[in-house]
Ligand binder design. Sequence first.
Ligand code: KG4
Ligand code: ZN
Length: 340
Amino acid sequence: MLVLGIESTCDETAAAIVEDGSKVLSNVIFSQAELHNQFKGVIPELACRKHLDVIIPVIDQALKEAGCTLDDIDVIAAARGPGLIGALLIGLNTAKALALALQKPFVGVNHLEGHLYASMMPKMPQNFPCLGVILSGGHTALVHVEAIRKYRILATTVDDAIGEAFDKVASLLDLPYPGGPFIENLAKDGNPYKYSFKAGQVKKNPLDFSFSGLKTSVMYAIKGQNALKDAPSNLSEIEKKDIAASFQRTAFSDIVNKTLLATDHHSYHGLIFGGGVCGNQALKKMFEEAFPNTPQFWPALGMASDNAAMIAGLAYHQFLLQNQQDSFFLKALPKIPNLI
Ligand code: KG4
Ligand code: ZN
């Protein structure tokens, strides 16, 4: 079964063709990073207009690379949220319009569930439950995964998402947007113990995350205690590297520690990682050291950040579970409190 997936939740316009939920025939991603870089973050209205410009060429390219036409497609799917409402509407309505015109089924997919599915696509965990670790630009969550489509959120962030914290620290260090990969790169040559930053602890739920205080202490380290937020920094290259390394170690140690705590409460057969931050190799190394005997499912290259292959792959399973098939009345949702 061939599924055309469409993704437009934030600043990537993507389309992919996936066969039977796991064979990726094409995975086309148009990144708007250059457009938003000048503003050091995503401008929703600009994102929306750019999605409109490129969505049809991106779909055409995905069909071309997969060597098929719209007639060959069995199901059309799109991310329905969470994300920027204007951006979501472009992908969702394009998918619905195509499905309606071609008389094909339409499936709406949760973007975050898609991120977790991306890591299960090449090889499903043999046993459940597993613990899902979602680390993206807009979300940070620990998720009890009973099976595909069966989730319980254990923890979220009470303020910034982890990717957002990376992007804000990158901006303070005058690095381009999105800043995650630039911080990772800078951190490679820095001393991760030079600065003693701290991630936040949340009394109400010890598994919850809080990164806004960490980001503020990085700001003070960069600009001094009394500095205005937009005052220029005068850091040497080595100071920048040490700050990047110390920030990254602090943030990732917090995520590893809270994952360890979650696995103390419950025994899990594997860890499933999803979201753009999971492309970070230092993070992967820390988890491999902390959980040497636990099977770990990481996104393949190009599958950590936003893409449509994860949407098409997951839509295949949703379509097979007939009772979970979605209708054309499905709305775009900027926020979705749980994963489905
Ligand atoms: O999952 P994603 O592509 O979009 C959302 O759903 O939000 O995640 C984007 C986020 C950005 O904040 C970006 O800076 C971060 O993922 N990111 C990274 C790395 N690559 C992307 N953060 C840390 N290290 C990386 N290598
Ligand atoms: Zn995402």
